[in-house]
Design a protein around this ligand. Structure first.
Ligand SMILES: Cc1cc2nc3c(=O)[nH]c(=O)nc-3n(C[C@H](O)[C@H](O)[C@H](O)COP(=O)(O)O)c2cc1C
Length: 223
């Protein structure tokens, strides 16, 4: 899985660097001039969930690149059991998120959060991609989501996955809006936007970058 992720990310990054000269994106970061393998590896090990976004819109051209990465993911039997419903209109996102039955728009109950700096939820999304899939295909949809996270990161965006808000996106009205196929259900929302650097995420100790377990704890190498 790790090898696959690295290879795929390398391909994405190469495509990204290749296309930079013609890019029209306002958000395209400066081209990295370092070793691309190191860049990809550090992107995979160092990227963390973005908790605070600016209000800047995400241009549709960038979203298309991100969606292309998502739809290119591998899936069981190549079933491609997903649908991506994109909402770029922040007023629409706020209107939908404000629907009473939408459930928590922020962190799930019990999750660490700062009262002073509430973390971003669906309602704060500059752009939102509703990840829908058929039953029991969450794993494949997860791979597509990771592809989109890698692509968004390469384009200079921050991302956050949230469950809160998915329920309301499964209402009849919103399914029709997003044209979710009949046999699919939105399981997660991928928030994409510019990182807001004005908030010190380490200020309260709860919203800082999350640590990871050691390799020894999560992996076994049998020699
Ligand atoms: C499947 C999944 C569901 C998540 N759901 C939520 C959520 O509903 N609310 C939230 O605030 N964060 C949610 N997150 C973000 C995680 O809490 C976050 O990725 C985790 O704490 C690790 O943080 P890091 O990415 O900064 O290391 C979710 C992440 C994943 C992968």
């Amino acid at each position: 899985m790790k090898l696959y992720s690295v290879l795929l990310a390398t391909l994405l990054l190469n495509l990204f660097f290749f296309s930079c000269a013609n890019s029209t994106s306002e958000n395209t970061p400066p081209v990295e001039t370092g070793n691309s393998v190191e860049t990809v590896l550090s992107m995979l090990t160092d990227t963390r969930t973005t908790q605070y976004f600016t209000n800047d819109n995400v241009p549709e051209g960038d979203i298309i690149q991100i969606l292309n990465a998502g739809k290119s993911a591998t899936s069981g039997m190549n079933s491609q059991p997903w649908h991506f419903g994109v909402i770029l209109n922040q007023s629409m996102i706020q209107r939908i998120a404000a629907t009473p039955s939408s459930g928590p728009a922020g962190p799930p109950p019990g999750a660490p959060a700062s009262a002073a700096f509430p973390k971003a939820g669906f309602k704060n999304a500059p752009a939102a991609i509703a990840i829908a899939c058929t039953e029991n295909n969450d794993f494949s949809a997860g791979l597509a989501t990771q592809n989109m996270i890698v692509a968004a990161t390469a384009l200079g965006y921050g991302t956050k996955i949230v469950r809160g808000g998915a329920d309301i996106l499964n209402s009849e009205e919103n399914r029709a809006l997003l044209q979710v196929p009949a046999q699919m259900k939105t399981i997660m929302i991928l928030i994409i936007g510019q990182v807001d650097p004005s908030i010190d995420v380490t200020a309260d100790g709860a919203t800082g970058p999350s640590p990871r377990k050691s390799l020894e704890e999560v992996a076994t190498i049998v020699k």
